[in-house]
Design a protein around this ligand. Structure first.
Ligand SMILES: Cc1ncc(COP(=O)(O)O)c(C=O)c1O
Length: 442
């Protein structure tokens, strides 16, 4: 249960206009807010939060225009606004995938939460703003933190290096050599991070960074750090807010290290505990078949989880065999009657391409989630009118290399059914007309 003390103060004339008539201060662990508001006036408080969060959307007032900091009281209530490092992340669009749902899956209430439409192109920004803000604050208070560091499959390092650069904090990233996309690699390079490209996989990088941060005054920024999850949980709160506080039936999340599924659970659970909604959605973790330790544990009835050696996958950011947040993920899924599905390489690339043909531009991780949805529709677990949210975790433009390979039909063993390769034509009107008439006739 979340524990807070709530103290109401009278309006101060200097209050910025986007703030409400009251200041709310929290002191953790003194009083249960839940029992407080049930004993007092539940409705007023739940409406207070809803109105406050709604009022802040799309504003420029610092730092509340950020989707994360619009929920500051639920994320890091004690931090000074001046210490916050933000790019106004969050507030990502929740896209009604009308045509894709109707034509490809026989569904009428399918939504995609576009977390990749963000400063560094993935949901990692949501957690990194919280973590780097806290590090910034600690450094200002004189804590001897020389740098922030992380192991990454590409998106964490991009977010960490950008936020650290904004705050003037040195950053160090450990990346598995040749296992991330070019776009992901250039991001920390451009932001001035110290980039170590290590001849191992993510799990190897993770082991090394843990050892290094135990020895040196480098602040570990991986998602086992719960500050990250505090920021990431706002995406779940945002989904509820975007649906006017109606709870979707299913939320499908691609999972690797499994911090994000727990963060989503935290967001949903907090809204339930504080009375903003009355139930949890059923969460589904989607894994690549080549990196599926959670799926295997799920199929075993959660008995005897065993790490695996993750094999290469186009969904490279989730090529993780020994997830750090395994226990938290199993707890979250058990609490919400959740599920785990997997997708083969061909299934994820086909599904991403199929959905792209209806106007999206999906990364392979989102492809994994969409392929999982297809399986759950085919076996009737998910019904035609269920409200489903697929969490798109990164922008497809970070993964153009693999998408181009798919459309060029260069992937061995793939039929690449939805490939749409460009056609080379000479600079000649007749030849151009020939191609057009042939194509338009089909
Ligand atoms: C694009 C993308 N999708 C999904 C994930 C998986 O998130 P988590 O590791 O929290 O399960 C990651 C994490 O690296 C990612 O970068």
């Amino acid at each position: 249960m979340y524990r807070y003390t709530l103290v109401l103060k009278k309006t101060d004339n200097n209050t910025s206009s986007s703030q409400t008539d009251c200041y709310y201060y929290y002191i953790n662990r003194l009083l249960s807010l839940k029992s407080f508001y049930y004993n007092n006036n539940n409705i007023i408080l739940t409406e207070y939060w809803k109105t406050l969060f709604d009022e802040r959307v799309g504003k420029t007032s610092w730092p509340y225009g950020s989707g994360v900091w619009s929920k500051k009281e639920w994320v890091l209530p004690g931090i000074d606004d001046d210490d916050i490092v933000s790019m106004f992340e969050g507030n990502s669009n929740l896209f009604w995938a009308e045509r894709y749902g109707r034509e490809c899956l026989g569904m009428n209430d399918l939504w995609v939460k576009q977390c990749g439409n963000s400063h560094t192109g993935s949901f990692k920004d949501l957690g990194m703003t919280a973590l780097v803000s806290q590090v910034n604050r600690m450094r200002k208070q004189g804590k001897p933190l020389a740098a922030v560091g992380c192991a990454s499959t590409g998106d964490t390092s991009a977010a960490l290096s950008a936020y650290a650069a904004a705050a003037g904090i040195p950053s160090i990233v450990f990346l598995p050599k040749n296992k991330i996309s070019l776009a992901q690699l250039v991001q920390p390079i451009a932001n001035g991070a110290l980039v170590l490209s290590i001849d191992t996989d993510f799990d190897g990088c993770m082991r090394l960074i843990r050892e290094v941060t135990a020895e040196l005054p480098i602040y570990l920024a991986n998602s086992l750090n719960s500050l990250r999850l505090e920021g990431q949980k706002t995406a779940a709160i945002e989904i509820l807010q975007q649906f006017n506080w109606e709870v979707p039936d299913y939320v499908i999340i691609p999972g690797g290290n499994l911090g994000n599924v727990y963060a989503f659970f935290k967001g949903f659970k907090m809204c339930k505990d504080l009375g903003l909604v009355d139930k949890l959605p059923r969460m589904v973790v989607a894994q690549a078949q080549n990196a599926n330790p959670l799926y295997r544990a799920f199929k075993n009835g959660w008995e005897n989880f065993a790490p695996i050696k993750a094999e290469p996958t186009f969904a490279s950011a989730i090529q993780i065999g020994d997830p750090v947040s395994i226990n938290r993920a199993i707890y979250a899924l058990t609490e919400c009657n959740g599920l785990v599905e997997e997708a083969s390489e061909e299934e994820m690339m086909d599904e991403a391409a199929r959905a792209d043909l209806t106007g999206m531009f999906n990364c392979p991780h989102t492809g994994v989630a969409l392929a999982a949805l297809r399986k759950l529709r085919e076996n009737q677990t998910i019904g035609p009118s269920d409200r489903v949210v697929v969490v798109s975790t990164a922008h497809g433009l970070k993964f153009t290399g693999t998408k181009i390979q798919y459309h060029a039909k260069e992937i061995e063993g793939f039929a690449a059914t939805y490939a749409n390769p460009p056609i080379d034509v000479a600079e000649d009107l007749g030849k151009v007309m020939d191609v057009l008439s042939q194509k338009l006739a089909n």
